[in-house]
Design a protein around this ligand. Structure first.
Ligand code: SF4
Ligand code: F3S
Length: 267
């Protein structure tokens, strides 16, 4: 039971901007210190681990060898498949090579952010590196998608705690996203929705409607097409979220949003 309660976690980073790591570092419920020191044993995370070079890679290899089928993997960033994956290499190995070994031997993998989930920005047309998400790069692996640009760290800790409590991943939608975080449309939970229903829209940035919180639909808000718990979970200790801050939702948790949700400021 102890093993199930305090599993080892390894965190891989590929074609990414490290924003999901940044989000993790600002997690509040629990804090990253509680997560790393009390709940999990994080044995590999390139960006924040003290070890470097051969020592770091040894730690990863040790986990894969000695804890096969028992550890959790987290992947941040997309994985390029074009030209045998040479566009993203870490420690002399391609991302796809490492991901197939590490995620293929993990108990489960959590793809954090839209790049790891669906390819994200690197996969935007014309997708020069052939970038894909973990599910596509590692067929057969057990993968939970937590998209977002970046993800909300509260959803990561909730998914990990769910896994530690019930010994399985939470129920998902057809995109592999947990229903507890992606089961509802942003538009249906938005605090500006009464203005949408009343036909009260922001028509120009900074106009009177913008100042009093009218609906951002005409400014390009993609809340009607996007599933995520941003309006209720919010960010930074529940301080705010994009629409509350006066900017429309960009649809960042939807597959292919860089191609399907642009231009961001037009409907
Ligand atoms: Fe919907 Fe966006 Fe308007 Fe909110 S601001 S009601 S999500 S269109
Ligand atoms: Fe992304 Fe829209 Fe939420 S842009 S962070 S899904 S409000």
């Amino acid at each position: 039971l102890d093993e199930v309660k305090r599993p080892t976690l390894v965190w891989l980073e590929y074609q990414d901007c490290a924003a999901d790591t940044e989000a993790l570092l600002r997690a509040e419920h629990p804090t990253v210190a509680e997560l790393i020191l009390d709940i999990l044993s994080v044995d590999y995370h390139e960006t924040v681990m003290a070890a470097a070079g051969f020592q770091a890679e040894e730690a990863l290899a040790k986990v894969v060898k000695e804890q096969k089928g028992k550890y959790l993997a987290v992947v941040e960033g997309s994985i390029p498949l074009k030209d045998d994956g040479i566009y993203c290499c870490v420690a002399g190995r391609t991302a796809v090579d490492t991901a197939r070994e590490v995620c293929g031997n993990a108990l489960a993998t959590i793809a954090v952010g839209t790049c790891a989930s669906f390819g994200g920005l690197p996969a935007a047309s014309p997708n020069p590196t052939g970038a894909v998400g973990v599910r596509e790069a590692v067929p057969g692996a057990t993968v939970l998608n937590l998209p977002g640009c970046p993800l909300n760290a509260d959803n990561l800790t909730a998914a990990v705690v769910y896994f530690l409590t019930f010994g399985k991943l939470p129920a998902t939608d057809d995109q592999g996203r947990p229903l507890f975080a992606y089961g509802k449309r942003i538009h249906d939970n938005c605090e500006r929705r009464p203005h949408f229903d009343a036909g009260q829209y922001v028509e120009r940035w900074g106009d009177d409607g913008h100042k009093v919180g009218y609906c951002l639909y005409k400014m390009g808000c993609k809340g009607p097409e996007t599933f995520h718990n941003c309006p209720t979970q919010r960010f930074n200790q529940k301080t705010s979220w994009p629409v509350a801050a006066g900017h429309g939702c960009a649809g960042c948790s939807q597959p292919g949003f860089w191609d399907t949700m642009t231009p961001l400021y037009q409907r």
